[in-house]
Write a protein that binds this ligand. Structure first.
Ligand SMILES: Nc1nc2c(ncn2[C@@H]2O[C@H](COP(=O)(O)OP(=O)(O)OP(=O)(O)O)[C@@H](O)[C@H]2O)c(=O)[nH]1
Ligand SMILES: [Mg+2]
Length: 183
């Protein structure tokens, strides 16, 4: 935390994760206004190759300022080394699963990488909710996360045998109808 007179600012680093084409960069752009795909080749191929960066400035209900640096990682398996570099020292993962595709190989691989690197917090974003059966994919995500650290944290806090995830609709921050967040 950095104190600036009587206003303090908390700093966080967030990184995306998830399978190729599941909507990570679109979500970063919707949240921050910055297109993280900056390379000409990325624009041409409509794919993230290298890490992209954006930032988010928020004010908490208590007036505290929050500054989040956002790292957007590639989902394609060929660029997994760049993904690993991007999530090396983050506070929170923005874990994206597309509702029309569900749990895919790099969804699983990125979850394993986050787990291995000790990332302890994640927000799960169910992207492309305008295209898919959100209830079925949400259930699939719950099942996949049931035995992970993310679920265990909730289980400990609530002292329940089975973790529960709330599903809620996010604000309309994109050109798409809505983003459904599962947390
Ligand atoms: N219909 C619909 N399309 C979306 C949504 N989010 C993203 N897209 C589209 O899906 C495609 C892939 O989106 P990206 O944000 O580039 O996906 P990505 O996960 O960043 O892809 P990589 O970085 O290459 O792994 C683009 O054509 C987006 O416009 C959504 O919520 N609904
Ligand atoms: Mg991308």
């Amino acid at each position: 935390m950095v104190s600036n007179g009587d206003v303090s600012t908390r700093h966080f680093t967030i990184a995306t994760a998830g399978h190729v084409d599941h909507g990570k960069s679109a979500l970063v752009k919707a949240l921050t206004g910055t297109d993280p795909d900056r390379l000409p080749e990325e624009k041409k191929r409509h794919i993230t190759i290298d890490l992209g960066f954006a930032e988010l400035n928020l004010t908490a209900p208590n007036g505290e300022k929050i500054h989040a640096g956002v790292v957007d990682v590639p989902g394609h398996e060929d660029f997994v080394r760049n993904m690993i570099a991007g999530v090396g020292s983050i506070d929170l993962a923005l874990f994206v699963v597309a509702a029309d595709d569900g749990w895919m190989p790099q969804t699983e691989e990125h979850l394993q990488i986050l787990t291995y690197l000790g990332v302890k917090r994640a927000v799960i974003a169910l992207a492309k909710s305008d295209l898919g059966r959100t209830d079925i994919v949400a259930e699939e995500i719950r099942n996949q996360l049931r035995k992970t650290f993310f679920a265990h944290r909730r289980r400990h806090r609530k002292s329940k045998e089975h973790p529960r995830f709330r599903v809620r609709n996010g604000a309309d921050a994109t050109r798409f109808r809505k983003a459904t967040l599962i947390c």
